[in-house]
Design a protein around this ligand. Structure first.
Ligand SMILES: [Zn+2]
Length: 252
């Protein structure tokens, strides 16, 4: 469930050939390792990911245990806000793409008439008509993807209870099984390490099932996992979502 935050491809699991006790993940699309297109390796040790996930889940279960009402409130507020925002965005995407589709149909009709009247050459007509058709297909795919995503948003609202249930299960077990991991986490995005020496940081964004990313209140989020990989080299893992940015266009 680990993904490269920069190229979106999966991270692959490896074992260090010299020290076989070290297991790590790296981008399956890294250009130097795989002749892919990703500019950097996105190396992360398996034990570090595990520690970060455990720490985050412990923080979540501590929060749930100590102040269940506040936890549920925050979750509800968060998921409602996300769902409303995302639903509106998707509706906008669908509306714009539909309008553009209608425009293309009109442009195509006009082009057809112009060609029939001898105003534009056959070559030009063919070329332009092809372009319109390609764009129309892209828009149709975009609309379909957005509609699919809209459906998923609807299920997010009911997923909150399942999520709390899974956290509770973790609270009781205090250990992670592959099944529980799947119940709790959808995917984890791993960023490239930043900084040097003792000031290295690596962002790891956990996308939980049903609720996606979730930020704890500041006082509960403070503690982070720091791995001393070698003497003088440490990596602090930042399990914080990337600051909000303009919504990325949906893949066509
Ligand atoms: Zn990558």
């Amino acid at each position: 469930m680990l993904y490269c935050a920069d190229c979106g491809k999966k991270l692959w699991y490896h074992t260090n050939t010299v020290n076989t006790e070290i297991h790590f993940f790296s981008c399956s699309n890294y250009k130097k390792d795989t002749r892919g297109t990703c500019p950097s390796r996105h190396y992360i040790r398996a034990d570090a990911v595990e520690q970060v996930v455990m720490l985050e889940l412990k923080k979540l279960s501590a929060f749930l245990k100590e102040d269940e009402d506040a936890f549920i409130d925050l979750l509800t507020e968060k998921s409602n806000r996300d769902v409303i925002f995302e639903t509106q965005r998707l509706q906008r995407v669908i509306r714009r793409a539909t309008e553009r589709c209608e425009t293309i149909v009109q442009l195509h009709e006009k082009l057809y008439e112009d060609n029939a009247n001898g105003k534009v050459s056959d070559d030009w007509y063919m070329e332009q008509a092809h372009r319109y058709e390609v764009e129309r297909m892209e828009l149709k795919a975009r609309i379909a993807a957005a509609q699919e995503e809209l459906k998923r948003q609807e299920t997010m609202q009911v997923g909150r209870d399942n999520y709390v249930g899974a956290i509770r299960k973790f609270m009781e077990m205090q250990t992670l099984t592959p099944v529980l991991l799947r119940e709790l986490i959808d995917r984890i995005d791993v960023y490239e390490t930043e900084g040097v020496g003792k000031h290295r940081t690596q962002r790891i964004v956990i996308h939980y099932r049903f609720i996606d990313t979730f930020s704890l209140p500041e006082d509960r989020a403070k503690e982070t996992y720091v791995a001393d990989t070698r003497q003088g080299v440490a990596v602090e893992y930042l399990p914080i979502p990337v600051p909000a940015q303009a919504p990325a266009p949906l893949p066509a």
